[in-house]
Structure formats: C-alpha cells, structure tokens
Ligand binder design. Structure first.
Ligand SMILES: [Zn+2]
Length: 296
C-alpha cells in the first residue's frame, strides 16, 4: 500500500472523494486511514515488513494474507513530534500516521504493525527531532528507506546527478542508523518509468563520495498489488504498489484492488519456511524456492 500524508481531518472536511485530501488521493484523512487499517485487519491481512516480503519471508499465521505499508516523502504528519516527556522520550502526535499505527499495535497485537518510510534530504521535516525520530522508528519495528535526496524526476538527471541523489541519502542514513536502513528506493514520481533508462543501473548500484551503495528493490507509483515473492515472474527490483485512495471502486483504488484480491490472493500456510501450492500451479514458482514447496 502506498501512502503519503495523513491529515488530521474527517472525510467530510475535504471536497474530494472518500478519504482523499487531494484530487488524486495521494494524501488521506485520519478518518480514512483508521478505516483502511480496520478494513485490512478484518479482511484477514496481517502486516509484514517490506524487506521481508522482498526476501521471501512471509511470517503470517495460517489462513491469513500479508500486507505491506509504505509512506513516501517524509511528511511531518507521518510522525509529528509534539515535544518530550519528563524522561526525555518523544511525544508522538496521536493524529499522525505513526500515532495511529501505535494505537493499532495496542488494539490488535496480532496485526504485527509495521511500515517503511521513504524519506528525502529533509528527513521528517522536523530539524530538532529528525535524528531521534529515525532512531525511534527503527527501534520500534518500523523501517526507513531511500526516496532520493531532492525528489527530482529521475529521467531528467545525468548519471552523476543520479548517483548523488541516491548515494547522498544512503550516506545520511548510514550515518544516523548504520546497517539498520533498508536498501530500497521508492522512485520519485515513479521515475524513471522504463527499465531501460540509462540512469536505472545507477539507482541500483553506484558510489557517492567514496562510499558504494547497492539497492535491492525499487518501488513504483501504483497501481495494483505485486506478485508473491515466490513467483517466477516477481521482479524484486521493480515493485508495484496499490495507491491507497478512494475512487468509488474505479481506477485501481483500494476497493477495486481488494475486490480483485478476494478471488486470487496469497494465503499463508502458517510456516514461513514452506510454500504450499496446488500441483497444477507449480510451474509459477521460482525454482530457487523449489526445496520449500509442498503441493496438494
Ligand atoms: Zn514522493
């Protein structure tokens, strides 16, 4: 699921469809975000870390399905800090995305609440708290990824500019949370759109200021759910996301996508070391997972 901002608004406060805060639904109301989380839970989805999904570690109970949350842009309303308590701990605004996720953590301990936040050079746009926020997130079950330093259209950059945009942000994360950030890039505006674009190899591998980086996955903008990581057609370097927005069940909105998933979704066999699949579907499994497969 691809989210951006979560605004402390009710759906009736905006002039847009459902819980959208802008025309295209990149930003959502608090009310709709709470409803989304409740909806996924009741539908039998349980959260997994993006990095685990990419690496084929699907640890959800028997009969349940995995879901991954991502947030782009490092907006203040992703984790708004109100100050610090007497012990010096961050006070997180209950109306910001993480504040809401933390409430779900308490409400449904079996939800395995987690999310990956893709940030730019402004981090979480709270200079006095940015560093502490990032450390708090990785210590509390969330992940941080790379959304490039300046959020430029990656099709319009030179190769050197591409390396700077990717490497500079990785170097930031390396300094703040060494070895604890995910080597995943959410592509700004989904650019470059083509796998053949000359900048693409330098999003995956490169060097900036003498420090090498490698990226295991890049994330696109929209428009539907991605395949099982065990599918032979799964390309972990170029992953689709569902844009979490409302459009009356049209154009790949939440309702549209989950209706589609009702007929064909990944259901866990309850064992993260095995893949249970119908005999006739065996041909779809990537052969690197052959020793994990159980057929029926
Ligand atoms: Zn963005």
């Amino acid at each position: 699921m691809m989210y951006h901002g979560i605004y402390n608004l009710s759906n009736s406060d905006t002039g847009y469809t459902g819980g959208n805060v802008d025309k295209d639904g990149y930003n959502r109301t608090k009310e709709s975000f709470i409803n989304d989380l409740e909806f996924y839970y009741q539908k039998g989805y349980r959260m997994v870390r993006l990095e685990d999904y990419v690496n084929g570690i699907i640890d959800v109970p028997l009969g349940y399905s995995p879901i991954v949350l991502t947030f782009d842009d490092g907006l203040k309303n992703n984790i708004n800090i109100l100050g610090k308590d007497e012990e010096g701990k961050l006070i997180i605004d209950e109306n910001s995305a993480v504040g809401i996720l933390e409430q779900f953590k308490k409400k449904y301990p079996d939800y395995n609440v987690t999310a990956t936040f893709f940030i730019n050079g402004g981090l979480f746009n709270q200079p006095e708290y940015n560093i502490e926020i990032i450390k708090w997130l990785v210590e509390n079950g969330y992940d941080i990824g790379n959304h490039t330093y300046s959020h430029y259209n990656m099709e319009k950059l030179t190769i050197d500019e591409t390396k700077k945009e990717i490497g500079r942000l990785y170097n930031f994360l390396k300094e703040i949370i060494p070895n604890k950030y995910v080597k995943i890039v959410a592509l700004p505006f989904g650019t470059p759109y083509s796998l053949d674009h000359p900048n693409r190899p330098f999003i995956l591998n490169g060097e900036y200021e003498g420090i090498k980086y490698n990226t295991i996955s890049t994330l696109r903008v929209g428009y539907e759910s991605e395949l099982s990581p065990f599918s032979k057609n799964f390309d972990k370097t170029y992953i689709k996301r569902i844009r979490a927005y409302d459009n009356n069940g049209n154009d790949f909105d939440i309702e549209y996508n989950f209706k589609k998933l009702d007929n064909n979704r990944y259901v866990s066999d309850g064992n993260k070391h095995t893949i249970t699949i119908k005999e006739e579907d065996l041909e779809y499994v990537n052969e690197i997972y052959a020793d994990k497969v159980i057929t029926y």
